[in-house]
Design a protein around this ligand. Sequence first.
Ligand code: ADP
Ligand code: MG
Length: 343
Amino acid sequence: MTAARRLLALAVLCALLAGCAPQTKQVERTVFAMDTVLTLTVCGTDRSACQTAADRAVTELSAIDKALSATGEDSFVWALNHANGAWVQPPETWVDALLADALTLCAETGGALDLTAYPAVQAWGFTSGEYRVPDRTELEQLASRIDYRAVERSERQGVRLPEGMELDFGAVAKGYAGDALAAWLRETPGVTSALLNLGQSSIQTIGERPGGGPWRIAIQDPSGEGTLGVLTASDCAVGTSGGYQRYFESDGQTYWHILDPETAAPARSGLASVTVVSPSGLTSDGLSTALFVMGREDAVAWWRERQDFDVLLVEEDGSISLTPGLAESFTPSDPGREVNVLS
Ligand code: ADP
Ligand code: MG
């Protein structure tokens, strides 16, 4: 190689290296949707691409919320819940696809996840904030009308619920929204990574954090205000369900928003929180709710059977168990705290 050629090669290499490590731009958006505050962080090589993507993400989140909101009177879910047994057409194909996927998860979890728990959610006051404790007769009646298998889907006619039944997507909507945004964010030129914090309980990570390395996600301690520990994650969804997230107290008892479809009452399974890590946001969100209902033993058995996700379980006595896939990625805030690795 001549000296001139060597110089040229060196110049090209320098240009390539510079091109590989340009300064990362970061754009943040905060939006109120799905009854909570959502924070989106979009990172990439091109600020204007990140801004455009972040704006599109906000618009899409609002559209998802508008279709799935159980309380918004112009939503598909509202129309379905007030159709008195008539067929209702989903406004778009993704709504029907989501319903199909969510109903599959209801079936796979043996009904621990059940979208039709909604009348019970309302009866306890979790939608209005006017909390009350329904009596035993009312709970029996509510429980007798919870059954995801009664939801009918027809390609031609749409969706139908038996009269007196209602459903909501509260347990899966944020996870689904993360999947929907991640799908195109991953393909967007100029965007290299993103962290979608969909109300703390549902987080979607796209790529790695700027500067390299996985994103660091704080897991809340279900027994207090602090953090239980930090979970590292990249290109996956992290969903947490716990009794501490939405609850009220009455006569010294705490009642939370995750209900056992069998009793229509708050699920008391001995678990304080469940965090599920999965490539799918829908799975991590829906499963965290379902495994919380199942309790430790059934949740662990379910994981052993499936093995296609990871889970971190916190029991009411504070003990922590996690699957081997999280052994390296979870660091407890208190280094002395015992962490049991499941097998
Ligand atoms: P969060 O919304 O706080 O992230 P979850 O994902 O666990 O919590 O979803 C809880 C919501 O799902 C409740 O507010 C209620 O609307 C609904 N829900 C409660 N229990 C169940 C259940 N067993 N199956 C399906 N949905 C449920
Ligand atoms: Mg959930």
